[in-house]
Design a binder for this molecule. Structure first.
Ligand code: NAD
Ligand code: TDX
Length: 332
């Protein structure tokens, strides 16, 4: 039986991936997660057992990582500090986890010649103008803006160098903005949904014109599985679902779906260095590996996500005050 090590499997996308793997494969899964503020074991509790094992630990712990990688056939590396706003307040954990943690993992993968898949983001490419006709491709030059995206770019470059210099058996994927269940409520979509559920008005940074390219986390998981199964070693694949929307449009979609007037939001201070637009051209992944998204309606995906937060109040309610206090202090 194939044994897969999933770092960051108690986080948003990692936990969605664990559920996807349990449903669609017969792999044995080991989750390695440090349960930072962003990790929640409850997100994978329902599948923990013989097929899914949880190991509490840090990806910077070389001894632990070496032992786990030695026993795995494949490593899928999701663990990261992932929130731009946090990286602007305290960049240090981003350097530690995203750079040193990735270094620790690829050293172990190199030692044991283990298949490695590195999860990254479209933010490494910087941003686009609103009227730019080009989208990001695998050939777009790196130009990250924030401490978060620069540490992700650094980790991608480490993986690329380990492939070329040491023959690391690795692939890389850079995905656009994910939404779906189990996303921390500091992030845009769940923040607004849980605001409305808590009687707080949604908060839009700046003018709300910034554009993100949305993909459901389950579509991201399916693409990663496809890359593990059919991807070519050494290659990078961009993952995206042609889901470009302005933040203003997303907030209006959420408000209307929750039965509120579509102008019942507040404009708040902008994020420093706020990237204007991301947009992914995923034609390489579609043409070469035959992947396509299954979630074709953003409105339906958002409605299901709203329902998930409505039903799973216990999962998020305990963090809500602290998250809003963090934002209140910076006028957001
Ligand atoms: P998340 O913040 O929800 O989860 C991160 C997980 O990693 C948490 O469970 C946390 O406990 C764990 N973790 C953090 N530091 C760790 C460490 N040092 N050792 C072990 N575990 C540690 O993040 P996410 O949104 O699920 O993102 C997962 C990955 O996907 C990241 O690499 C991110 O860059 C990438 N990505 C995210 C998005 C998105 O829209 N969220 C889009 C593209 C790519
Ligand atoms: O309250 C808010 N109001 C608002 O207008 C928040 C939290 C965000 N925003 C804006 C900022 C962005 O333009 O919404 C957009 C999305 O913000 P985030 O959810 O913080 O995501 P983003 O910064 O785009 O990064 C996300 O996608 C790429 C993930 O957090 C990253 O991990 C991933 O790499």
């Amino acid at each position: 039986m194939t044994s897969i090590l999933v770092t960051g499997g108690a986080g948003f996308i990692g936990s969605n991936f664990v559920h996807h793997v349990v449903t669609h494969t017969d792999f044995h899964v080991t989750v390695l997660d440090a349960l930072t503020y962003a990790g929640n074991k409850a997100s994978i509790e329902s599948v923990l057992g013989e097929r899914v094992e949880f190991v509490y630990g840090n990806i910077c712990d070389a001894e632990l990582v070496n032992e786990l990688v030695a026993n795995a056939d494949i490593v899928v590396h999701f663990a990261a500090e992932s929130h731009n706003d946090n990286s602007l307040n305290d960049p240090r954990p981003f350097v530690d986890t995203n750079i040193m943690g990735t270094f620790t993992l690829i050293e172990a993968a190199r030692r044991h010649n283990t298949r490695f898949h590195h999860i990254s983001t479209d933010e490494v490419y910087g941003d686009l103008e609103l009227d730019d006709t080009e989208r990001f491709t695998e050939r777009t030059p790196y130009n990250p803006s924030s401490p978060y995206s620069s540490t992700k770019a650094g980790s991608d470059l480490l993986v690329r160098a380990w492939i070329r210099s040491f023959g690391l058996q690795a692939t890389i994927s850079n995905c656009s903005n994910n939404y779906g269940p189990f996303q921390h409520i500091e992030k845009f979509i769940p923040r607004q949904i849980t605001n409305i559920l808590s009687g707080i008005r949604p908060k839009l940074y700046g003018s709300g014109q910034n554009v993100r390219d949305w993909i459901h986390a389950d579509d991201h998981s399916a693409a990663v599985l496809r890359i593990i199964e059919r991807g070519v070693i050494g290659e990078t694949y961009l993952i995206g679902a042609d889901g470009e929307k302005s933040n203003l449009d997303v907030v209006k979609t959420i408000l209307v779906a929750m039965g509120e007037p579509e102008d019942a939001f507040d404009l708040v201070s902008d994020r420093p260095g706020h990237d204007l637009r991301y947009a992914i051209d995923s034609s390489k992944l579609r043409a070469e590996l035959g992947w396509k998204p299954a979630y074709n309606s953003f409105d339906d995906g958002i409605a299901a996500t709203i329902e998930w937060y409505r039903v799973n109040r216990d999962w998020w309610e305990g963090h809500k005050n602290a998250v809003e206090e963090f934002y209140r202090k910076q006028g957001q």
